[in-house]
Design a binder for this molecule. Structure first.
Ligand SMILES: NC(=O)c1ccc[n+]([C@@H]2O[C@H](COP(=O)([O-])OP(=O)(O)OC[C@H]3O[C@@H](n4cnc5c(N)ncnc54)[C@H](OP(=O)(O)O)[C@@H]3O)[C@@H](O)[C@H]2O)c1
Length: 323
């Protein structure tokens, strides 16, 4: 992966495609594999120029950070940009694929969460720390102010937020600079294009699309026949219900058609579409398989024409909400 992108104007250079580690041991039960295989996959990603690695204390909970920490032992830590998140907790009823979450943005929780993440990741600093969700019961200024103090103390390099509005970004940025915003963005989830992406350009922040492959659907992993396993988190999402899947195939088929013309995979086209939304965009596709990781790393080489982009932009709206 020759080209690099900058993670916000004040941030480090990273490969244009990152790696989301969530599905390696959390929520996506259809693709679970051993810890050894996941560790191998993470190292394989770094060998292929993928440097932005994404996790959260929620995932597992906690075991996803441990997995990543283990993968980075032995010198790899200094070759990557390590991103994690805090401020969302798994409820007591959560199981692997069936997750209950609650926001906790209290400063005391965030201070303890950062210490826990540092320990599990085996590092003395987190390169990018996101507030996973704004806690409606805690003023954003309090949560963000606590994170800004941890940044001043050198425990966090850049600060970010996930799934926020432009108004919330303004509020946070007035207290301490927003380095990155992570929200869902893909061919079938475009809400951030209206205000949040332009806000990021105007304020020198990176935009990090999560679920850029539509949780696998846009990569052609599911169709009318192939559903996620019963206990997979996706089995409960509206867009993955049988009837919705059948209708949403029009979107996956449209992506596949363009991919075929480029001699590329549908996942590569879906990722190239996110990259085309701006130089400040660095998607983090989730993958457990080396072959997919290699293909995704090469997505930045797929050059979509204006006609391709127009065709992708005019695909039908999805049937079903995101959650
Ligand atoms: N901030 C938030 O609230 C939030 C929410 C959700 C996710 N995230 C982050 O975003 C990351 C990515 O999102 P995601 O994992 O939900 O969804 P995603 O990246 O849209 O899709 C992941 C799915 O796509 C499949 N896939 C990946 N590359 C492929 C390829 N080249 N060909 C075919 N299939 C491919 C994966 O299966 P294989 O394993 O078989 O490759 C997996 O099933 C997560 O890991 C997490 O770090 C953040």
């Amino acid at each position: 992966m020759a080209q690099q992108r900058t993670l916000g104007t004040a941030g480090p250079a990273v490969g244009p495609i990152g790696l989301g580690c969530m599905g390696m041991n959390w929520v996506y039960t259809s693709q679970l594999q051993s810890a050894e295989e996941s560790i191998g996959a993470i190292r394989h990603a770094v060998d292929h120029g993928i440097t932005l690695l994404d996790t959260a204390d929620l995932y597992g909970p906690f075991t996803n950070e441990e997995l990543l920490g283990e993968a980075l032992r032995g010198g790899l830590r200094e070759r990557v940009v390590l991103a994690t998140k805090g401020g969302l907790k798994a409820g007591p009823e959560s199981r692997l694929g069936s997750v209950q979450v609650a926001a906790d943005g209290r400063p005391e929780h965030l201070r303890a969460a950062v210490e826990g993440s540092l320990r599990r990741l085996g590092t003395d600093r987190i390169d990018l720390y996101y507030l996973h969700r704004v806690d409606p019961r805690v003023p954003l200024a309090e949560s963000w102010g606590a994170l800004a103090e941890l940044q001043q103390a050198g425990k966090i390099v850049q600060l970010g937020l996930s799934e926020v509005s432009a108004a919330q970004l303004e509020e946070a940025h007035a207290i301490a600079p927003v380095g990155a915003v992570q929200s869902e963005l893909s061919v079938w989830s475009r809400d951030p294009l209206a205000e949040v992406l332009p806000w990021c350009v105007a304020h020198g922040a990176a935009f990090v699309p999560f679920s850029p492959l539509g949780r696998g659907f846009l990569a052609g992993r599911f169709d009318g026949e192939n559903a996620p396993d019963q206990d997979d988190f996706r089995a409960r999402l509206p867009r993955f219900q049988e009837e919705a899947r059948a209708q949403n195939l029009r979107i996956a088929d449209g992506i596949r058609e363009i991919a075929t013309r480029h001699g590329a995979t549908p996942a590569q086209v879906a990722l190239a579409w996110t990259l085309a939304q701006g130089e400040h965009v660095v998607p983090i596709p989730g993958s457990t398989r080396r072959i997919h990781i290699e293909q995704n790393a090469a997505a930045a080489e797929v050059q979509l024409s204006n006609a391709d982009l127009a065709a992708l932009d005019s695909l039908p709206a999805p049937v079903g909400t995101r959650y």
